[in-house]
Design a protein around this ligand. Structure first.
Ligand SMILES: [Zn+2]
Ligand SMILES: [Zn+2]
Ligand SMILES: [Zn+2]
Ligand SMILES: [Zn+2]
Ligand SMILES: [Zn+2]
Length: 235
């Protein structure tokens, strides 16, 4: 696939957006979720889009919802607040929506790889959890990644929480103000620790490499390079 180094995007038509790579988490101005890695950024304003969000095709199909056609929308056509069926986070703006059944997916969630390989094991994406999630201990709704050997079971939403916790822990040691600033900039990073009882760094021990890989996929850029970067968050 051809990747344009520069694009003009309809929601920010006044300036060109340039493809850049960043190791600092950013907030995507399209889907409003956190991102890392490749993004299209305005060099003049503080405006960023996940690469996936910036070049989202108008319609897509998804292996989990056979027979559905998902349309890309800048804003959800419904009036009530919607959540993403994959990660269970709010849908604020950019979304893939199926008119027929009402399923919604963030563009990055729609692009989550069906299989990830961390060098040691394969992780597969599932629509439902079959056994308890390593992070929240539950079997609640939302997609999950499971390893072939079944030792790793992690909600996509929990992997996001894990990233936030690790990221915050890392920065709390360094600079409290930085954490607060980041929380303001990326609303998705705020108050996500609903599962206090289930914490304790267990996941990063069991599944260090695997968790890193899942997290980088979730942040919109499933590449091995990024998993190394995020290693800092989880160790
Ligand atoms: Zn986005
Ligand atoms: Zn601009
Ligand atoms: Zn449908
Ligand atoms: Zn999502
Ligand atoms: Zn979970």
């Amino acid at each position: 696939m051809r990747i344009d180094k520069e694009i003009i995007h309809p929601i920010h038509p006044q300036h060109k957006l340039k493809l850049v790579y960043t190791e600092t988490p950013f907030k995507c101005d399209g889907c409003k979720e956190a991102g890392i890695g490749l993004k299209y950024a305005c060099q003049r304003c503080e405006f960023d889009l996940h690469k996936t969000c910036a070049v989202a095709p108008a319609t897509i199909n998804h292996p989990f919802y056979k027979g559905c056609e998902f349309e890309f929308k800048y804003k959800h056509p419904g009036r009530e607040m919607r959540i993403c069926d994959a990660c269970r986070n709010d849908v604020v703006e950019f979304v893939y929506h199926c008119k027929g059944c009402g399923f919604d997916m963030h563009p990055c969630c729609a692009n989550l790889p069906q299989a990830l390989d961390d060098g040691e094991r394969h992780l597969y994406l599932y629509l439902k959890l079959s056994s308890s999630c390593h992070h929240c201990g539950g079997k609640g709704p939302g997609w999950s990644y499971r390893s072939q050997c079944k030792t790793i079971n992690l909600h996509v939403s929990c992997a996001k929480e894990l990233l936030v916790e690790s990221w915050q822990a890392m920065h709390l040691k360094v600079d409290r103000n930085k954490v607060r600033e980041m929380q303001t900039r990326i609303p998705g990073l705020k108050g996500t620790s609903k599962n206090q009882h289930a914490r304790g760094g267990k996941v990063s021990q069991i599944a260090g490499g695997a968790a890193r890989l899942i997290v980088s996929a979730i942040l919109g850029d499933p590449t091995a390079i990024i998993s190394a970067v995020i290693g800092g968050f989880l160790s």
